[in-house]
Design a protein around this ligand. Structure first.
Ligand code: FAD
Ligand code: NAI
Length: 475
C-alpha cells in the first residue's frame, strides 16, 4: 500500500487546486478521480471543466455570436444573409476547449509531481499511518493511505422523482451541453442558473423554450431590481417563455415527444416538447464513499459536515467544494482548496464567504457580491442606493450593449459598501472591482474618488458610486 502525506478524492476545481497547492508546499500528494468523458476516457477537472462552467461558456459564446450575426450586425452596416450554424462544429469547438483544459490539469499534476489515480475511491478505515482508501477501477482495486485526506467529490444533478435522466429526452447538464441538433421545442424545469444559461443557448440557436419554475418569481436570491430587469430582458428581447408557480404533474414520453402536465393555481396546463432539461439544483456526491467507516458525518441534506475551516468530524479529514455547505461555485471550491492545503501546512487560512461573487452568463450578464436590498431591509440595516444605467455610457453604446445598470448599496451611516449588483455587458469582469472594494471594506466615496478609464464600462460603477451620494455626473 502506497503512503502519501495527503490524498485528495476528486479532481474538480476543489480537488485539483488543493493538490497543486499542497504539492507547492512540499507535500507528497495523490489525487483520485473517477470521471470519464463521452469517449470513456478518464478526464481530470471534474464537473467544472468537463460538463459545467467551461463547456457551457463555450456554447453561450457560440450562440451569442450566432444571434449577433442574425440581429445586431445590421446596425453596424454589416449584412449577412441567411446565417447558418453547424451544431456539430460548434460542439467540436467546445470539446476542443474542454480537452485543452482537462489536459492542462494532467500537465499541472505532472509538473507538481502529484500522483494521479483513476477510479472510484471509498474509505476503508484507519491505521497508524493515516486513513486507508480503496480505489476501484474496472474490476481492479488498490489501497492507498493518506496521513491527511481531503474529500472534494463535488455534486451531481438532482432528478425529478420517477423521471430519471436518460440524456436522450430527459437531459441533465451533460445532455443539455451535448445536443447534436437544435430541438424545435425545448422544455426546462427550473429557472435557476443552469435553466437560464442553457435555455438562452438553445433559444438563440432557434428552439422555442418554455421554462417551468416552482417559485413565483425569477432569481429569488438576486437583488429584486436585478431580477425584475432580467425578467423583462429575457422575455421581451430573448423570447424565453416563463411559467412561474408551476406545480408539476405527470410527465410522459411517447414517440419522442414529452408531455408535461402542470398546474398554476387551480388552472391545469400542459406543454409538449422535444427535449426536457431538468435543472432543479444539484446534490452532493457521497455515494459509496463509506464516510461512516472513518467517522465523517453527513448532514440531513446529504452534505459532508464540516466546521468553518472545512474540517470534518475526523481530525485527519477535510472536505471542500460542492460536497459541503455554501454556494456551489467553482471559485468557492478553489478558495476552500487553497485554504485547507495551507492550514494543513500550519498556515493561517480563511475564505471570506461575504465577498464570493455570483455570475450568471446570460446576455446581458448578471453579477453580484454582498447583500441585496431586500435582505438589508429585512435585517433593518439602514442604507443608501446609487444606480447608473449602461444606456448613459459611451463604451456600452459603442458595443451596442446598453441594457442594464449597476446598483451600489452602501451603509447609510458609515458609507461602507454592502452590496454591488450588475446586470449588463461583461458584468462577470466588472464584478471583480466590487469584490476588491468590499474585501478592502471600501466606502462608496472611495469608489467615487478612484480614476476609472474613459471610455470604459467600469465608468458605470464609478457613476453608480457617485449616485449613492446623489452626484452622478452623466445623468
Ligand atoms: P466537481 O467539479 O464536481 O468535481 C468532483 C470530482 O470528483 C468529479 O470529477 C467526480 O467524478 C469525482 N468523484 C466524485 N466521487 C468520487 C469518488 N468516490 N471517487 C473518485 N472520484 C470521485 N460554477 C461557477 O463558479 N461558474 C460557472 O460558470 C459554473 N457553471 C456551471 C455550469 C454547469 C452546467 C454546471 C453543472 C455547474 C456549473 N458551475 C459553475 C458549478 C461548478 O461546476 C461547481 O461548483 C464545481 O465544479 C465544484 O467543484 P468541486 O471540485 O467541488 O466538484
Ligand atoms: P438552481 O438552484 O440555480 O436553480 C434551481 C431552480 O429550480 C430554482 O429556481 C428552483 O426554485 C427550481 N425548482 C426546484 N424544484 C422545482 C420543481 N419541482 N419544479 C419547478 N422548479 C423547480 O439549480 P441549477 O440551475 O440546477 O444549478 C445548480 C447549481 O450549479 C447552481 O446553484 C450553481 O451553484 C451552479 N451553477 C453555477 C453557474 C454559474 O455560476 N454561472 C452556472 C450553472 C450552474
Amino acid at each position: 500500500m502506497k503512503n502519501f502525506d495527503l490524498v485528495i478524492i476528486g479532481a474538480g476545481p476543489g480537488g485539483y487546486i488543493a493538490a497543486v497547492r499542497a504539492a507547492q508546499l512540499g507535500m507528497n500528494v495523490a489525487c483520485i478521480d473517477k470521471f470519464v468523458n463521452q469517449e470513456s476516457k478518464p478526464s481530470l477537472g471534474g464537473t467544472c471543466l468537463n460538463v459545467g462552467c467551461i463547456p457551457s461558456k463555450a456554447l453561450l459564446e457560440s450562440s451569442e455570436l450566432f444571434a449577433k450575426v442574425g440581429h445586431d450586425f445590421i446596425d453596424h452596416g454589416i449584412s449577412v444573409s441567411n446565417p447558418n450554424i453547424d451544431i456539430s462544429k460548434m460542439q467540436s469547438r467546445k470539446q476542443k476547449i474542454v480537452n485543452e483544459l482537462t489536459g492542462g490539469v494532467a500537465y499541472l499534476f505532472k509538473k507538481n509531481k502529484v500522483t494521479s489515480i483513476h477510479g472510484h475511491a471509498s474509505f476503508v478505515g484507519e491505521n497508524e499511518s493515516g486513513v486507508i482508501i480503496k480505489v476501484d477501477n474496472n474490476g481492479n482495486s488498490e489501497e492507498v493511505c493518506g496521513e491527511k485526506v481531503i474529500i472534494a467529490t463535488g455534486s451531481k444533478p438532482r432528478s425529478l422523482p420517477n423521471l430519471p435522466f436518460d440524456n436522450k429526452s430527459i437531459l441533465d447538464n451533460e445532455g443539455a451541453l451535448s445536443l447534436s441538433s437544435v430541438p424545435q421545442r425545448l422544455g426546462v424545469i427550473g429557472s435557476g442558473v443552469i435553466g437560464l444559461e442553457m435555455g438562452s443557448v438553445w433559444k438563440r440557436l432557434g428552439s422555442q423554450v418554455t421554462i417551468l419554475e416552482a417559485q413565483d418569481s425569477l432569481l429569488a436570491t438576486a437583488d429584486k431590481d436585478i431580477a425584475t430587469e432580467a425578467l423583462k430582458i429575457f422575455t421581451k428581447d430573448l423570447g424565453l417563455n416563463f411559467e412561474f408557480s408551476a406545480k408539476l404533474g405527470d410527465i410522459s414520453i411517447k414517440n419522442k415527444e414529452i408531455t408535461i402536465s402542470y398546474q398554476i393555481g387551480d388552472i391545469p396546463k400542459k406543454i409538449v416538447v422535444d427535449k426536457l432539461i431538468v435543472s432543479i439544483g444539484r446534490i452532493p456526491n457521497t455515494d459509496n464513499l463509506h464516510c461512516d467507516k472513518v467517522g465523517v458525518a453527513i448532514d440531513e441534506r446529504g452534505f459532508v459536515k464540516v466546521d468553518d475551516n472545512c474540517q470534518t468530524d475526523n481530525p485527519k479529514i477535510w472536505a471542500i467544494g460542492d460536497v459541503v455547505r455554501g454556494p456551489m461555485l467553482a471559485h468557492k471550491a478553489e478558495e476552500e482548496a487553497v485554504a485547507v492545503a495551507e492550514s494543513i501546512n500550519g498556515q493561517f487560512a480563511h475564505v471570506n464567504f461575504n465577498t464570493i461573487p455570483w455570475v450568471i452568463y446570460t446576455s446581458p450578464e448578471i453579477a453580484w457580491v454582498g447583500k441585496t436590498e431586500q435582505s438589508l431591509k429585512s435585517d433593518n440595516i439602514p442604507y443608501r442606493v446609487g444606480k447608473f444605467p449602461f444606456a448613459a455610457n459611451g463604451r456600452a453604446k459603442g458595443l451596442n450593449e446598453t441594457r442594464g445598470f449597476v446598483k451600489i448599496i452602501a451603509h447609510q451611516a458609515t458609507d461602507e459598501i454592502l452590496g454591488i449588483h450588475i446586470i449588463g455587458p461583461f458584468a462577470s469582469e466588472l464584478i471583480t472591482e466590487a469584490v476588491v472594494a468590499m474585501e478592502f471594506k471600501a466606502s462608496s466615496e472611495d469608489l467615487a474618488r478612484i480614476v476609472h478609464a474613459h471610455p470604459s464600462l467600469s465608468e458605470v460603477i464609478h457613476e453608480a458610486a457617485l449616485a449613492v451620494d446623489g452626484r452622478a455626473l452623466n445623468m
